[in-house]
Write a protein that binds this ligand. Structure first.
Ligand code: GLA
Length: 712
């Protein structure tokens, strides 16, 4: 799995289908030599690469320039004049950085982070140890192998072993260099209400980067970056991707030089980061996940899906059935009324919906978005006998209770802010921008974190709650903390994210019986960092089914359906659906984690029967949503999308196809079935081979969508 090949000084990391190879050159530098299809045995002897005018050091000679070779790590202004990943301001006051390779270790498992999310249960880890004699820092670069999923994780730890403090100005998590060829880059871009729209463009000379400076991974760019060889398709060609297990300011970028050298990097955004490392201190970066596929993009998608399900989400939720919720937000917004909610609970039980989620508006004075964040006490105007009595009544009606929180935030109009105005993120002498009428809690401050955690513990004490929706409704601006000294203000952004993780850890531990759902003004925190604590995430506030198809399509490129929370609702902005077609809306939402978000007490008898049938039908689908392998339906037009979910044992499958354009499709293809197995499918008994060879004839009425599945 990980070996050191002495003769050529190569490290070879193998996963089931891929190999990743590095070479130690001149006993000092670690070069990247290969990432691709699995190799029997790596054979990459050192060769000079002579590029006129490229900087070099006398010791290595002309044939080795840090500026033109493929390196595992890159250091600021030491001959590598491309964008570099590591930059440390040393005690001399300059930021020239250069670490030399020193040693390595290979060990079972991995080092688990205590303060950050990470990929659990690695098979093996390679640690490459470097030293910079000027900054007096030691650097460990870790590569953990997840053999079956063809994924490798990477991060770094920097230790100041000298006696003077230094400043970390940039420390990325992962870099992959390669040379030659032509590539496309795909990223997931968007904004509030239109999250994760995939965009693919050719990799051009210069730097193409996506990033966040918003204090959360954001709706605007997701940290995922995919690089595909020109011409690669869903089922053929070389393609690889990187993503972060991180929720704060990030950068993911690809650089191409005119010599056709490529560098792909991801990590904390250096623009909003500056970290003082005192003597004896160490800093660990968040982790990146990388994966490669030689058989097209769909396999890469599967690798990330499996990685998230196996190693990121809490293990108890890996294959645990998710609640089917009725969420109060779009049905009643802030008008939380106990009696009305109890009617929802009764109706939910009749329909088979198992959890009532009381969204925003339940706590002290929270009648609109201008007030009360930070006062996590049930509003006695809305819950006459308290939250416990309400919860009991909900449970008496046969459904579970969910509740909404937004603990990283604070309203100016709140008791908490009146008592602790210093607990908001702020800088002196500047007006503070509001976002959705609110400020942000200073999550670098343990007192603030502990206060909110303790208050929530008290409020939810003895209250039976099975589900907690954790929202985060604004980006950070005017970022500073009154809790930290002046020279540490550059640390606020990362410390804020660490504070958020600290609180997520505390609250998930305090409420072990509740499943946490992530959310951020829709899908502004849709990343693996959050998935470590929250096994599912509200993907978008946009519940129009056509928009949802697009959002689900983009989200699914990297993240599994089991983390994607999708509700049947009443919002409509499309022109292709006649009225509100609940069958259509269900066809979209049931390709993910199904829920409802509308007034279920006002349904007609027919709609009630329909919803009942949907909830019942979903019982057969959700195991595939939780655990199935994803196979995209390829060769479709621009406004079409579809996929087949195949159970791990290949014995059952479900097909989802959507068409929101004008393409007259009569047939779709199917991938991933077992050729030999016989399936009971669309009234016939057919082998996997027959189904895959013939494709599926779409019934005439299936203009907008078509879903079907094998029957046992
Ligand atoms: C955000 C969420 C919504 C809802 C509201 C409540 O917009 O995305 O689902 O919870 O906040 O204020």
């Amino acid at each position: 799995m990980i070996k050191f090949i002495e003769e050529q000084k190569l490290f070879q990391i193998d996963t089931k289908n891929t190999s990743y190879v590095m070479r130690v050159s001149f006993d000092k530098f670690v070069e990247h030599v290969y990432y691709g299809k699995k190799l029997e045995k790596a054979d990459f002897p050192y060769k000079d690469k002579i590029i006129s005018f490229a900087p070099f050091i006398k010791e290595t000679g002309y044939g080795f320039s840090l500026c033109t070779r493929q390196m595992e790590l890159s250091f600021f202004d030491s001959g590598d004049l491309r964008d570099t990943g590591v930059r440390i301001k040393n005690a001399d006051g300059n930021s020239v950085t250069l670490f030399y390779y020193k040693d390595y270790k290979i060990f079972d498992g991995r080092i688990e982070f205590s303060d950050m999310p990470y990929s659990r249960n690695a098979d093996k880890t390679l640690e490459l140890i470097y030293f910079d004699p000027v900054s007096n820092c030691e650097l460990s670069s870790y590569y953990s192998v997840f053999y079956d999923t063809d994924t490798i994780t990477r991060y770094m730890t920097i230790r100041n072993v000298g006696s003077e403090k230094v400043t970390l100005e940039s420390v990325i998590a992962c870099q992959v260099d390669f040379a030659g060829g032509e590539y496309d880059v795909t990223t997931l871009n968007g904004c509030y209400y239109i999250e994760r729209m995939p965009e693919t463009v050719p990799v051009a000379c210069g730097i193409q980067k996506i990033y966040s400076k918003r204090g959360h991974s954001s709706s605007h760019f997701n940290p995922y970056i995919q690089i595909a060889e020109k011409g690669a398709s869903e089922y053929a060609g070389n393609v690889f991707a990187m993503n972060m297990v991180y929720s704060g300011d990030f950068v993911s970028q690809v650089e191409r030089t005119y010599e056709n050298d490529y560098r792909v990097m991801t990590g904390i955004n250096p623009e909003t980061f500056n970290w003082i490392l005192g003597a004896g201190e160490q800093f660990t970066t968040p982790e990146a996940v990388i994966s490669f596929s030689s058989v097209g993009k769909n396999k890469l998608t599967q690798n990330f899906h499996d990685h998230v399900r196996e190693y990121i989400v809490p293990k108890e939720y890996k294959s645990a059935k998710r609640p089917i919720v009725i969420n109060s937000w779009e049905a009643m917004y802030f008008n939380i009324d106990e009696e009305v909610l109890l009617k929802y609970a009764e109706k939910a039980n009749e329909l088979g919906i198992d959890t009532l989620v009381v969204d925003d508006g339940w706590f002290l004075g929270r009648d609109n978005d201008k007030t009360s964040l930070g006062d996590w006490i049930a509003d006695s105007r809305k819950f006459k006998d308290g939250l416990k009595a309400f919860s009991d009544r909900v449970h008496e009606r046969g459904v579970n209770l969910g509740i909404w929180i937004e603990p990283d935030m604070i309203s100016e109009d709140s008791d908490l802010y009146r008592q602790h105005p210093d607990w908001a993120i702020q800088v002196p002498n500047r007006p503070l921008s509001l976002g959705r009428n609110q400020l942000v809690l200073d999550m670098t401050n343990d007192d603030a974190i502990n206060h909110v955690v303790n208050q929530l513990k008290e409020t939810f004490k003895d209250v039976k709650i099975e589900y907690i929706k954790w929202d985060f409704n604004r980006s950070l601006s005017e970022v500073g903390s009154l809790n930290l000294p002046k020279e540490k203000q550059g640390e606020v952004k990362h410390r804020f994210t660490l504070g958020d993780y600290k609180m997520r850890k505390a609250l998930t531990e305090a409420f072990p019986d509740a499943m946490f759902e992530g959310c951020s003004g829709g899908g502004g925190l849709y990343d693996m960092g959050i998935m470590f604590y929250c096994p599912q995430i509200w993907a978008s506030d946009n519940t129009d089914p056509v928009w949802r198809i697009k959002i689900q399509q983009g989200s699914t490129i990297c993240y599994p359906l089991s983390v994607l929370s999708a509700h049947v609702a009443n919002t409509k902005s499309n022109k292709i659906e006649k009225g509100l077609d609940y069958d259509y809306r269900y066809a979209v939402a049931s390709g993910a984690v199904l829920g409802y978000e509308l007034n279920i007490t006002k349904f007609s008898k027919e709609t009630e029967a329909l919803v009942k049938a949907q909830v019942n039908d979903y019982q057969d689908i959700y195991p595939l949503v939780l655990d199935g392998d994803f196979f995209i339906i390829d060769k479709l037009g621009k406004k079409e999308y579809g996929f087949t979910l195949v159970s791990k044992d290949k014995k059952s499958f479900a097909v989802f196809y959507y068409n929101y354009g004008r393409t007259k499709r009569t047939k779709i293809n199917v991938h991933g079935l077992d050729e030999q197995l016989t399936y009971n499918f669309m009234g016939k008994s057919l082998t996997g081979k027959e189904i895959m060879q013939n494709g599926i004839e779409l019934p005439k009425e299936a203009k907008l969508y078509f879903t079907t599945r094998s029957k046992n």
